[in-house]
Design a protein around this ligand. Structure first.
Ligand SMILES: Nc1nc2c(c(=O)[nH]1)N[C@H]1C(S)=C(S)[C@@H](COP(=O)(O)O)O[C@H]1N2
Ligand SMILES: [Mo]
Length: 415
């Protein structure tokens, strides 16, 4: 069931998009069936085991012996934690296997990259300006000197590319600590025409090398309602993990819209245009329509639903352990996205036929960033297993869990 949905989904995503290894479509492309398993393995308990576990949380693995990681049988087709490709197609896939209780913020040099700093970008960060126009009393040019005094800490937020998929080890997903200027403070500096209902934010997006196979279309811009931006707590980010925004992440300024997919988080922001409900969708919105779960490809911005991340969850590492009573597996995973807290996470090891509860401890306390969880698993026999997840609450939107988007296959060599 879940597998069928997944294949259906792949089919619809990858139509006509042949994968160019290393610089292809960010969706990852079809599995090659060729072995795979790159980036798996790792040392015993690699990735942040030990230390940092909340003492109030029960640890069924205490006193046990870690025996290394089980291998995800899905082919990881790309190197992880290494920047590859060029221009729009530049990618850095983060190795989610590294996550652990003490390791929930991704350092800047490993934070995922989707599109590198454009080589045609000539403006120095100090000379950066943002042109403000459209439905405003007067056009304006915002400088970094206008923004800098308004920068404040924004906390840890997760960012995910809507094209995140198993072909990239689901590595287009990272969390960092951000600082920036609330978008509301920017709007306060502007004489916004009362007729304005939406805002179009666009960024520099010209590269000398075209995207391979036309996977990425030029023009980075997204249109939001003023209410959506305010409700999300959107900000213009200028710092990441205490450092100025790195070149590949939008230096000197990017949009950050908490809870929205990466494609809305425009880098190298150079224009803000106030518009109304008659604004046509941008090419970027159309390019990402299916990946942000729109119905079709609407021509008008007003016909787009917010490109927010429903509740999602997936395993990131499966550790093999020897306990007093034999072999057991520690399935470590994350919970992210969503619009409220949940304590009803379920995991399946048979592709979604049967589920068991995951006791997330410490409990989820925010939707801003991901929450780590662990689950003790005793597979009945050696073999391949498809892990699927869902939230046991029909009121919790979870479109990608419904679609089996984050299902993962793991090979167990011994029980
Ligand atoms: N100017 C510009 N901004 C952009 C993009 C782009 O290609 N050009 N890609 C978007 C997409 S699809 C994603 S997933 C995020 C990635 O941000 P990161 O590279 O900092 O992780 O940037 C977004 N902002
Ligand atoms: Mo993306």
């Amino acid at each position: 069931m879940s597998l069928n949905r997944r294949w259906f989904l792949r089919g619809s995503l990858f139509t006509g998009a042949g994968l160019v290894l290393g610089c292809g479509d960010e969706s990852g492309g079809e599995p090659t069936g060729a072995g795979g398993g790159a980036g798996t393995g790792g040392g015993p308990g690699s990735g942040g085991s030990g230390g940092g576990v909340d003492p109030t949380c029960d640890d069924p693995f205490e006193g046990g012996q870690p025996l290394g990681n089980a291998v995800f049988t899905e082919p990881v087709q790309v190197p992880l934690n290494t920047k590859i490709g060029q221009g729009w197609d530049a990618r850095l896939y983060y190795d989610l296997m590294e996550l652990g209780p003490d390791n929930l913020v991704v350092p800047n040099d490993k934070f995922y990259i989707r599109t590198e700093r454009p080589d045609l970008l000539a403006t120095r960060p100090e000379a950066w300006t943002i042109r403000i126009h459209g439905l405003v009393g007067a056009e304006a040019l915002l400088t970094m000197a206008d923004l800098t005094p308004l920068v404040e800490p924004m906390g840890v937020h997760v960012l995910e590319c809507s094209g995140n998929s198993e072909g990239g080890g689901f590595g287009l997903l990272s969390a960092a600590e951000w600082a920036g200027v609330p978008f509301s403070a920017v709007l306060d500096m502007i004489d916004v025409d009362p007729a304005a209902t939406r805002v179009l934010v666009s960024g520099f997006d010209e590269h000398s090398v075209p995207s391979a196979g036309g996977h990425s279309t030029p023009g980075a811009a997204w249109i939001f309602t003023l209410e959506d931006l305010a409700a999300a707590g959107a900000f213009l980010a200028t710092e990441m993990n205490g450092a100025p925004l790195p070149p590949d992440h939008g230096e000197p300024v990017r949009l950050f819209v908490p809870g929205w997919y990466g494609c809305c988080n425009i880098k190298w922001v150079d224009t803000i245009e106030l518009v109304d409900d008659s604004a046509p969708a941008t090419s970027q919105m159309m390019e990402f329509a299916s990946r942000t779960h729109q119905t079709g490809v609407p021509a008008m911005a007003a016909d787009y639903v917010p490109a927010t991340m429903d509740q999602a969850a997936m395993p990131v590492r499966v550790e093999k352990w020897l306990l007093d009573d034999g072999i057991a597996y520690k399935v470590v995973g994350i919970l992210w996205g969503g619009y409220g807290l949940t304590d009803a996470l379920l995991i399946s090891y048979d592709g979604g036929s049967t589920f068991e509860p995951v006791d997330v401890c410490p409990a989820q306390s925010t939707n801003q960033t991901w929450t780590l969880w662990e689950h003790l698993w005793r597979p009945p026999a050696a073999g391949n297993y498809t892990m699927a997840m869902r939230v046991d609450d029909p009121t919790v939107p979870q479109i990608r869990l419904d679609l089996g988007w984050y299902d993962r296959e793991v090979f167990v060599d011994e029980v």
